[in-house]
Design a binder for this molecule. Structure first.
Ligand code: DI6
Ligand code: FE
Length: 404
């Protein structure tokens, strides 16, 4: 039987549909690569089980997880920086000394495409083993036209090699490379006039990101990058208000950004701008935890304003060397006081929206069968315990790609 004709049935299963937990045990039928039916067990008609492969009972089904913010292609390691920070040197200070992001830039420039691919593959496999079916991967450690394209090519190849949808983001404006030390406007010109056009011409970038921060680029410089991206038809997003409040989020929202990410230092004006633009707030509890940040993102105010909140790993060698999305569910709850359902929605429906896939990351009739079945009793239990090995089944575009 071809996969297109195959019908699979799960019985008596708890369902988190991407926005909320359904109140009753459900029966779910997947036909080919689509969700064909989703009915409460007590309304289930046994006749519809005919021709179905029985996939099991119990457990919890969620949409495949969406990790909407990662930097998982990079060379080298930053364990030494981790130790320095434990001894009291700050992330900003390390960056000012030319370490931090720039030390990864050196290692990434030196690495071949093959070496970058080989290093990134197990990181992505770890995300997949923890339920991810869509992942965004940023460049940003090359900082030359060639090295940024090299990173994006590796990201694309990862998506071809593994059963996961990869969305690529050009983050040329991540840090100022040493060869432009006294000419940050000159570097922004390179990003706008060469990097973005080259990435667009080769179809290598699905979006463009910036790091709007004192140790990176100003609001005005980030705006220039956005205008260049938009001129090439590319959606935009921003790392903003991570270490200080510069107003990058409000500027990004005014330009129709898909998302503003980190946002620990976001103020009322920034929240209002996100609400008006319908941009997603991406919260990254892994970076908050690793940097031992104390400024909490304004979760209650975002919730009150009705801004969608996504949750992601920010997997990267410096501020979030964490490759476990279900750990982020836990951290989003314990550190940021999201409810388990909000955290799960942040890694499904709202994560998808942060990538421009509004309406995806859901389990409902007609949806793409990207989904996970977990060995837990309730969706909240996924955020409650941090325990690898709970992913019982994983479907990527209707294909069973993970069975424990
Ligand atoms: N903020 C982050 O958390 C990542 N990039 C950024 O702008 C971290 C990048 C790194 O430290 O390597
Ligand atoms: Fe990041």
């Amino acid at each position: 039987m071809s996969n297109a004709e195959r019908r699979r049935l799960w019985r008596d299963i708890g369902v988190f549909d991407g926005l909320c937990t359904l109140p009753e045990p459900m029966a779910v039928i997947i036909e080919g690569d689509r969700v064909a039916s989703l009915v409460a067990m007590r309304d289930f008609d046994e006749a519809s089980a005919q021709g179905c492969q029985e996939m099991g009972r119990g457990g919890v089904m969620t949409p495949g997880l969406v990790d909407c913010h990662t930097h998982l292609v990079f060379g080298g390691s930053r364990a030494d920086e981790f130790e320095a920070r434990l001894e009291g040197v700050s992330y900003e200070e390390i960056a000012r000394r030319g370490g931090g992001i720039l030390s990864t830039v050196t290692a990434t420039r030196e690495a071949s495409e093959e070496a970058l691919f080989a290093a990134a593959r197990p990181r992505l496999e770890a995300l997949i083993a923890d339920g991810v079916t869509t992942v965004e991967i940023k460049s940003g450690y090359g900082l030359t036209v060639e090295d940024e394209l090299k990173m994006l090519r590796v990201a694309r190849r990862l998506g071809e090699a593994l059963p996961v949808r990869v969305v690529t983001t050009l983050l040329g404006a991540h840090a100022l490379p040493p060869e432009y030390r006294d000419d940050s406007d000159g570097y922004i010109r390179l990003v706008c006039e060469e990097m973005i056009p080259a990435a667009a011409a080769e179809g290598l970038a699905d979006a463009v990101d910036v790091f709007c921060e004192k140790i990176a680029f100003s609001v005005a410089q980030c705006q220039r990058v956005f205008e260049a991206a938009m001129a090439h038809g590319l959606p935009i997003k921003a790392h903003a208000e991570q270490l200080s409040n510069l107003g990058g989020t409000a500027m990004a929202a005014r330009h129709g950004a898909l998302s503003a990410d980190h946002i620990e230092y976001l103020d009322e004006a920034g929240i209002a701008a996100l609400r008006e633009a319908g941009s997603v707030a991406v919260i990254l509890p892994g970076a908050f935890h690793i940097l031992r940040e104390t400024q909490l993102p304004p979760i209650a105010a975002l919730r009150e304003a009705g801004v969608s909140m996504a949750v992601a790993t920010d997997a990267n060698p410096g501020s979030s060397p964490l490759y476990m999305p279900t750990l982020m569910l836990n951290l989003a709850c314990t550190l940021f006081r999201l409810t388990p359902q909000e955290a799960l929605a942040g890694m499904t429906a709202h994560g998808a929206a942060a990538l421009g896939f509004k309406g995806e990351g859901r389990i409902r009739e007609g949806a793409t069968a990207d989904l996970c079945v977990w060995d837990v009793d309730t969706p909240a239990a996924l955020a409650y315990a941090v325990q690898p090995g709970r992913l019982r089944q994983r479907l990527f575009q209707g294909e069973l790609t993970h069975v424990v």
